[in-house]
Design a protein. Structure first.
Length: 502
C-alpha cells in the first residue's frame, strides 16, 4: 500500500430477513439481482437435472434445502446497493435506501456479491423447479406445491443473514467475492468471473455462452441443441464435453491469454489468467485480441467439422485433450511461421493426419513406440510416453511440459508442414513499385485496360496473398483500380479479365 492510500472501511450492515421477506424483495418486487453477469454461473443452468441428486446423495440445491429444514445455518449472503446509500429502520429489521447524488440508474436496487447459488436455490425451490431429497427431514420427492402449510410456514419463516454493503464499485464487488472465497475456493473461472464488468471478463463470457439479459451470440464452436423436449440437457454440436465448472469459458480465456502474451506457445495457467484479468486491458486492447481469438476458435471449429466428416458418427465433437493440443499447435505454428502468416491448405487432409497422431497417443492401445517408459524431468519414471503426454495435456502452468507435449506430438505428426501454406510476410507493394508498374503499363489498369490516375491505382496480387502469393513486383504485381481490385477478390486478374470480357 502506498503512503498516499488511506485505510477505510466499507459501509455495511447485517440484516436478518426471513425467506419470505427475501423472496418478496427479489421476486415479487424485483429489487435484488440474484444472478449478476459476473458471478459464478450455476452449473444447473447447463443441465437442470443437476438440481436433482442421486438416490444416495443430494445435489447442492437439495443440500441447501436439507439444511434449512434441519433448522441449521446456511451461512451469510452478501449484497450491495446499486447507486444508493442506506440507513437502518428504527426497529433495525430493514433498511431505507436513498439515492446517491450523480449515481447511475440501475435496473435493480441491490445486487448479489456472494451466495448467489443459495439465493437461487431458495427461489427455485419455491418455484417448484426441484424436489426435496430422500435424506431431507420432511421426506423426499416433495416440491413446494406438495408441502403442508406447516412446512411452508417453517421454510418461509427461516431466518437468513444478509450482509449489505453500500454501493460497492465493480472492482470492489469482485474483490469482496474473492476475499470471501479464499476459505471456500471456487473454480478458476468462478474466480475470474468475479472481475465482473471488466472488458476482458465480459468478452470471454460472451464469446463462450449466452449471458442472461445481454442477448449476445457466442462463437459457433460453443453451439448446442437440447436433446429432449423439456430442454433439460444440452448437447454441444462441435465439442464432446459440457461446460462443467465453466471449462469452455476457461478455454476461451486461455486463447485470449496466449494472444495477450504475443500469440506463441507458453503457459496459460490460472496465475497467468489472473494476472491478465488484474491488468485490466483496455477496451481497444481487448477488441484487437478478440479478432485474433475468433480466428483461433475458428481453427478449432474447422477441425471439429473435419472430424465430423471423417467419422460420421454421433459424439464426433472435439474432446478436451484435442482442443488442448490443437491450441498448443496453433501457438506453435505462430512461433514457427509467424502470427497470421500461415493457413491450413486443406482442413480435411490436415485433420486426418492430426487425428492419426492423436489416436497414437490416446488410442487403446496407443502406438507401440509410445508404450515405452519415459524418464520425466520431474523425476517420475513409471509412466509411458503416451501416459505422460495425456497427463501433460491437463497441465497449463509448466512451460517445459507444454513444450515437450508439442515436441512429442510433432515427432509423430511428421508431415504437419505439408498441410500449411506460409504467406509472404510482406503484404503490400510499395508506392514506388506501383508507380513504376503503372507508368510501364501506359497509365492503364492491367485488368480493364482503362486509363487510371496514380491516385486511383492500387497494387493487386496475381496469386492472392491469402493463397500464398508473394508480394513480388516482378512476378506477382498487377496494377488496377481500387474498384476492380475489390471486385476480383482472390480471383487471379487473368481469370477476372475473362469474366468481364465475356
Amino acid at each position: 500500500m502506498s503512503h498516499e492510500e488511506k485505510l477505510a472501511l466499507q459501509k455495511w450492515c447485517v440484516m436478518e430477513w426471513t425467506i419470505s421477506k427475501f423472496y418478496n424483495k427479489a421476486v415479487d418486487n424485483l429489487e435484488i439481482d440474484t444472478d449478476p453477469e459476473g458471478q459464478r454461473t450455476d452449473q444447473t443452468e447447463e443441465d437442470k437435472n443437476g438440481l436433482i441428486g442421486s438416490n444416495s446423495k443430494p445435489s447442492k440445491a437439495q443440500g441447501v434445502i436439507n439444511t434449512i429444514f434441519k433448522g441449521n445455518d446456511i451461512g451469510e449472503i452478501k449484497l450491495t446497493t446499486n447507486g444508493y446509500t442506506f440507513e437502518k429502520t428504527e426497529d433495525g429489521k430493514d433498511i431505507i435506501l436513498e439515492k446517491l447524488p450523480d449515481s447511475d440508474i440501475f435496473e435493480f436496487l441491490e445486487e448479489s456479491v456472494d451466495g448467489g447459488h443459495r439465493k437461487r436455490y431458495i427461489i427455485w425451490f419455491k418455484q417448484n423447479k426441484f424436489p426435496t431429497h430422500e435424506t431431507c427431514k420432511i421426506g423426499g420427492g416433495k416440491r413446494w406445491k406438495d408441502l403442508t402449510q406447516e412446512e411452508k410456514d417453517f421454510f418461509d419463516n427461516y431466518i437468513v443473514r444478509f450482509v449489505i454493503y453500500e454501493n460497492l464499485s465493480d472492482d470492489a464487488r469482485g474483490s469482496q467475492f474473492r476475499d470471501t472465497n479464499t476459505v471456500t475456493p471456487v473454480n478458476n473461472m468462478g474466480h475470474l468471473n468475479s472481475f465482473g464488468k471488466r472488458e476482458i471478463a465480459k468478452v470471454v463470457r460472451r464469446m463462450t455462452r449466452a449471458v442472461k439479459g445481454v442477448n449476445n451470440i457466442p462463437h459457433q464452436l460453443f453451439e448446442y441443441t437440447y436433446t429432449n423436449t423439456d430442454k433439460s440437457k444440452k448437447t454441444y454440436s462441435y465439442l464432446h464435453f459440457n461446460n462443467s465448472d465453466l471449462i469452455m469459458d476457461e478455454i476461451t480465456a486461455r486463447v485470449f491469454l496466449r494472444i495477450y502474451k504475443g500469440g506463441g506457445l507458453g503457459t496459460c495457467g490460472f496465475q497467468d489468467l489472473l494476472d491478465m484479468y488484474e491488468s485490466n486491458p483496455s477496451e481497444q486492447e481487448v477488441a484487437k485480441m478478440t479478432e485474433k481469438a475468433k480466428k483461433t476458435l475458428d481453427f478449432f471449429l474447422l477441425c471439429s467439422t473435419a472430424k465430423k466428416r471423417l467419422r460420421e458418427t454421433k459424439g464426433s465433437g472435439l474432446k478436451l485433450k484435442e482442443v488442448a493440443i490443437l491450441h498448443r499447435l496453433y501457438c506453435f505454428f505462430n512461433d514457427l511461421f509467424g502470427e497470421g502468416q500461415w493457413n491450413i491448405i486443406d482442413i480435411d487432409e490436415f485433420y486426418e493426419s492430426f487425428y492419426k497422431t492423436y489416436i497414437a497417443f490416446t488410442g487403446n492401445p496407443p502406438a507401440d513406440e509410445l508404450t515405452k517408459t519415459v524418464k520425466e524431468r520431474d523425476g517420475k519414471e513409471d509412466r509411458t510416453w503416451a501416459g505422460a503426454w495425456k497427463g501433460y495435456m491437463g497441465i497449463h502452468n509448466s512451460e517445459w511440459k507444454i513444450e515437450e507435449s508439442v515436441l512429442w506430438f510433432t515427432s509423430m505428426f511428421k508431415d504437419f508442414a505439408k498441410h500449411i501454406l506460409v504467406k509472404d510476410k510482406k503484404r503490400v507493394f510499395t508506392k514506388e513499385e506501383i508507380e513504376t508498374r503503372w507508368v510501364n503499363n501506359n497509365f492503364r489498369s492491367e485488368v480493364s485496360g482503362k486509363r487510371i490516375t496514380l491516385k486511383q491505382a492500387v497494387g493487386g496480387h496475381g496469386l492472392a496473398h491469402a493463397l500464398g502469393g508473394l508480394t513480388d513486383a516482378k512476378s506477382n504485381l498487377y496494377v488496377t483500380s481500387k474498384e476492380e481490385n475489390t471486385e476480383m477478390g482472390m480471383m487471379h486478374p487473368e481469370d477476372y479479365k475473362k469474366v468481364i470480357n465475356n
